[in-house]
Each structure stands twice: as C-alpha cells, then as structure tokens.
Design a protein around this ligand. Structure first.
Ligand code: NAD
Ligand code: TDX
Length: 333
C-alpha cells in the first residue's frame, strides 16, 4: 500500500505518519509546503525506506498529479489551521484550504485514487454553553471564522466530487486535538511552553469557552478505521467525550506545574470566538467499531507536558516568532 499524506509535517499529519509507519507496512509519501507550521524534526526519526518527504504545494497541479498517480490513497491533512491567523489574513486559508483541496480532488478524479478528507467540527459553528446537544453528521454547516468557512467549503467540494464525478472519498470532522508535535501557537502547547519559560498562561476572554479534547493518537486510529472500513461519500464525526472549558484546562496545567490556580492573565478575546464545540461520535463507534484509547484527560495532559519538557529542541525555534505574532494580534484587537 502506498499512501500520499498531505500536511504530514504538521501536527496531526505527523502523528498519523508515525502511526502508519508503526502499525502498517505501507510506504508513505508526505507532500508538505513546510509553512511556518511544519517541522521536519517531527519526521526525522522515521526510517528512510518507509518514508519519502516532498516539499511542495497542494495547489501545484503538476506535482499533485504525479504524486497522486503513483499512490493508492490520499489522506488530506494539509491546511492553514489557526483561527487567530485567519482573522489577521484570510488569503492563505482561501488558497490552501479551498484551491488546494480542489487541486487534489481533480487529481484523484483523473487517476481514480481513494481520498480521505480530514476536517474539523468547527464547520458546524458553535453551541451555547448551556445547550445539552452535540454535533452529529446531520448538524447544518454554520462556520464562524475565515478558517472554519474555508474548511466547510472544502468539505462541500469533496461531497460534490463524490456525487458529480464518482470520486471515492470519505470525510471526517474531528474535535480539538492535543498531544506531541503540536505547534506552540495553539492553546495547550502555548500555555505549556509559557509555563516552562516562567510566563503566566494567557486566557482569551472569560475562559468559559468549551472545547472537546481528543488525543491525537485516537484521531489517527479513527482515520485508519475510516480508511479501512468507511463507506465512500460518508462523513464520520470523531470525538472522545472530552469537553473542558478553557479555564479548567489552564488550572489543570497550573496544578501540573505547581503554580497557584490564579496565576494566569486574561487577554483580549478572539473576535467571533466560538463558545462551545461538542461531538457525538456514535456513528463512528457503532458502524466502524472505533473507541478512544485515551479516557483520562488529566493523564493525557501530564504526558503532553512531559513531551514538551523533554523536547525543548523541537519547539524552542518556533516560540519567539509565535509570541511576536500574538503581540501584534493583541495590538490589532
Ligand atoms: P498544522 O497547521 O499543524 O499542519 C498543517 C500542515 O499543512 C503544515 O505542515 C503545513 O506546512 C501544511 N500545509 C499548509 N498549507 C499547505 C499547502 N498549500 N501545501 C502543502 N502543505 C501545506 O495543522 P493540524 O493541526 O495538524 O491540522 C491538520 C488538519 O486537521 C487540518 O486540515 C485541520 O483543519 C484538521 N483538524 C485539526 C484539528 C486540531 O485540533 N488541530 C482538529 C480537527 C481537524
Ligand atoms: O492563548 C490562547 N488562549 C486561549 O484562551 C489561545 C491560543 C487560545 N485560547 C482559546 C481559544 C479557544 O477557545 O483556547 C481555545 C483553543 O484555541 P486553539 O488552540 O486556537 O484552537 P481552536 O480555535 O479551538 O481550533 C482548534 O481546533 C479545531 C484547531 O486550531 C483547529 O485547526 C481545529 O479545526
């Protein structure tokens, strides 16, 4: 089996490449543009005979065509992924998330190659804090940010290519991931690396916003289950019943670092900040037999803190630039 993994040098893509190398005998080709969000170090310890890394753009039609022609399946993780950056400059989001997905779809259509599209629960918009419902595969799309609207658009392109052109494709919408190799711009690694540096965590607004956390290893296993058993044209929601408000996550990190529970700073809220995400993943569990392996968020957070403590050489080169970007975004707000 030969897989083409787009965005394989980013957070979730790299975790999935590790999963494939460890759990299958497939050959993996990574296509990644190596934007600021990528890290070659995330793939550095993998055996050269199992992995080919190609530095290139998913919008490059010729390159995408030649890589797609020689693989059995494309798993599409590549995207501009950070909401805050999409509020500062939406243009790379429109290009990579929409034009990039279109370019891949045309290639898999030409070569009749299986496609899996990795998406997010943010396409559904948000839920009220006191709402007991969760997102399902039937929830209407209602994205809030430039990021989530381009992901929603890319999902719709995939569905149209299945229906109009008979492309064989599945889709998944996952909740917030945490774990190793996540860029320090994202909430959990930002606060962990701040705490390592003796800097207080930064909480947007009230901190009451809720995210539904899943360990990235469980996301990898879910994508594998969909590749093996998913039905073309179907969407599967991926989530592990991990709802936490942001303040609770910060307090948990403060406990792990032995700091007092009020040692954090409120900063200006994200414009349009989604209140709550929550996934009902019963279809994935019922139809494909997937179950999360990580049940204890506290334990998962402790492991993640340990990983960042032990891999400072991985994140340190990104930290100053990420914080400089946040300072300029805070001024703009
Ligand atoms: P990331 O930002 O860490 O990695 C994205 C990768 O894509 C980077 O390596 C980057 O270089 C690459 N890339 C970006 N534009 C490209 C282009 N034009 N051509 C080739 N490569 C390009 O993102 P992530 O958090 O790993 O997210 C991966 C996917 O999972 C995204 O599609 C995202 O929407 C989705 N997702 C993320 C989460 C989450 O919690 N992080 C949750 C659900 C879904
Ligand atoms: O410093 C911070 N302080 C803070 O309170 C940062 C960076 C974030 N936050 C809040 C905003 C969110 O409520 O924490 C929450 C999580 O923020 P992010 O890590 O930026 O994630 P989110 O916006 O929820 O989106 C993530 O999950 C869905 C990924 O970045 C997306 O790619 C994915 O689609």
């Amino acid at each position: 089996m030969r897989y083409l993994i787009t965005g394989g040098a980013g957070f979730i893509g790299a975790n999935f490449v590790h999963y494939l190398v460890e759990h299958t005998d497939a050959h993996v080709t990574v296509l990644d543009k190596f934007t600021y969000a990528a890290s070659a170090a995330s793939l550095a310890d993998l055996p050269g005979n199992r992995l080919t890394v190609v530095r290139g753009d998913i919008c490059d039609e010729g390159l995408v065509d030649s890589l797609t022609r020689s693989c059995h399946a494309v798993v599409h993780f590549a995207a501009e992924s950070h909401n805050d950056n999409s509020l500062e400059d939406p243009s790379p989001f429109v290009r990579s998330n929409l034009v990039g997905t279109y370019t891949l779809l045309e290639a898999v259509r030409r070569h009749a190659v299986r496609f899996h599209h990795v998406s997010t629960d943010e396409v559904f918009g948000d839920l009220d804090l006191d709402d007991s419902t969760r997102f399902t595969e039937q929830t209407p799309y209602n994205p809030s940010s430039p990021y989530s609207s381009t992901k929603a658009g890319s999902d719709l392109l995939v569905r149209a290519w299945v229906r109009s052109f008979g492309v064989t494709a599945t889709l998944s919408n996952c909740s917030n991931n945490y774990g190793p190799f996540q860029h320090v711009e994202k909430f959990i690694p930002r606060q962990i690396t701040n705490l390592i540096d003796g800097v207080p965590p930064r909480l947007y607004g009230s901190g009451r916003n809720v995210r539904d956390w899943i360990h990235t290893g469980d996301h990898s296993r879910a994508v594998m289950a969909i590749l093996e058993k998913g039905v073309s044209g179907e969407t599967y929601l991926i989530g592990a019943d991990g709802e936490q408000d942001n303040l609770s996550v910060v307090r948990e990190l403060l406990r792990i670092f032995g700091r007092s529970e009020d040692w954090f700073e409120h900063v200006a809220d994200r414009p349009g900040h989604d209140l709550r995400y929550a996934i009902d993943s019963s279809k994935l569990r019922r139809e494909l037999g997937w179950e999360p392996g990580h049940h204890d968020f506290r334990e998962g957070l402790e492991d993640t803190v340990r990983w960042y403590r032990e891999h400072e050489e991985w994140w340190r080169p990104q930290k100053a630039a990420a914080e400089a970007r946040y300072r300029s975004q805070e001024v703009a707000r």
